[in-house]
Design a protein around this ligand. Structure first.
Ligand SMILES: [Fe+2]
Ligand SMILES: [Fe+2]
Length: 268
């Protein structure tokens, strides 16, 4: 058996549109790319805000291994007890210790322990957790005792903060990929010391939207400064975006990072 692992990481799935896109395409992606595991960011899975245990089950039934998150993790109350009871859904590790859930976990994949870490940025974010850089260094030390394979989802707004964290962790983890902006960046690369990096994986949802929400509502907000309800956009075309990280199991080194950006015009 090959020592190579191929892991798909997807950016924020937005609402039922994102979930349906995922369910529609994941069997083909798994087969075509010989995927060994799937990690998604699920912070917007439930009508654009948060995630519920019911949705976690749906995603698991469709082949998700681990779900990362971000600033919307606590939007649905039903998820709070779930976060402490199970390891499937992560919250940003640099939230205060008192917060429900945890920010790092491990799962078995082809005989290897795979580590997943979730962190959140502090620049231009709606909340300002503890330092993601110092937290990352602490957790990397902890994780090293268990496995050399570590995939980091850094949920942050700015490319600079993401590049900075990836540079700090270069050579220490397998991959640092970003989420939160819902717009995929064209900078997938292997950094000088061997860590795979991409500023933002993008999202899964309606492409005819603003970050997955109905455009008119957000334009209304810009025009009036009035608060508006964000509804999930349901119109085609749809997008499913992320990256496939291929890694060497024994060393945890990234071998490649390949962008996934799939457009679908067929109504869901
Ligand atoms: Fe998001
Ligand atoms: Fe976010």
């Amino acid at each position: 058996m090959s020592n190579k692992l191929r892991i798909l990481m997807l950016g924020d799935l937005v609402g039922k549109t994102g979930r349906d896109m995922f369910a529609r395409h994941i069997p083909t992606l798994r087969a075509n790319y010989s995927l060994d595991a799937v990690i998604i960011n699920g912070e917007n899975c439930a009508d654009g805000k948060g995630i519920t245990p019911h949705i976690v089950k749906f995603l698991q039934n469709n082949g998700v291994d681990i779900i990362t998150s971000g600033n919307h993790i606590y939007d649905k109350k039903e998820i709070l007890p779930y976060l402490d009871e199970y390891d499937t859904v992560l919250r940003p590790a640099n939230y205060p210790d008192e917060c429900p859930g945890k920010g790092m976990t491990f799962f078995m994949c082809k005989g290897f322990q795979v580590g997943v870490m979730n962190l959140m940025g502090r620049l231009y974010m709606p909340s300002h957790p503890n330092c993601p850089f110092l937290k990352a260094l602490d957790l990397v030390e902890e994780a090293k005792k268990i496995t050399p394979i570590m995939l980091v989802d850094f949920h942050a707004e700015t490319t600079a903060e993401k590049i900075a964290l990836a540079t700090l962790l270069d050579g220490k983890v397998t991959a640092v990929v970003g989420t939160h902006t819902h717009v995929q960046t064209a900078d997938a690369q292997i950094l000088p010391k061997g860590t795979a990096f991409m500023s933002d994986l993008g999202m899964s949802g309606s492409l005819n939207s603003m970050i997955g929400a109905k455009k008119e509502q957000i334009i209304h907000r810009f025009l009036t400064q009035m608060p508006v309800r964000h509804e999930v956009a349901t119109d085609a075309p749809y997008v499913l975006s992320g990256a496939i990280i291929t890694l060497d199991g024994p060393s945890g080194k990234a071998l490649s990072i390949d962008t996934v950006y799939l457009i679908d015009n067929e109504p869901l």
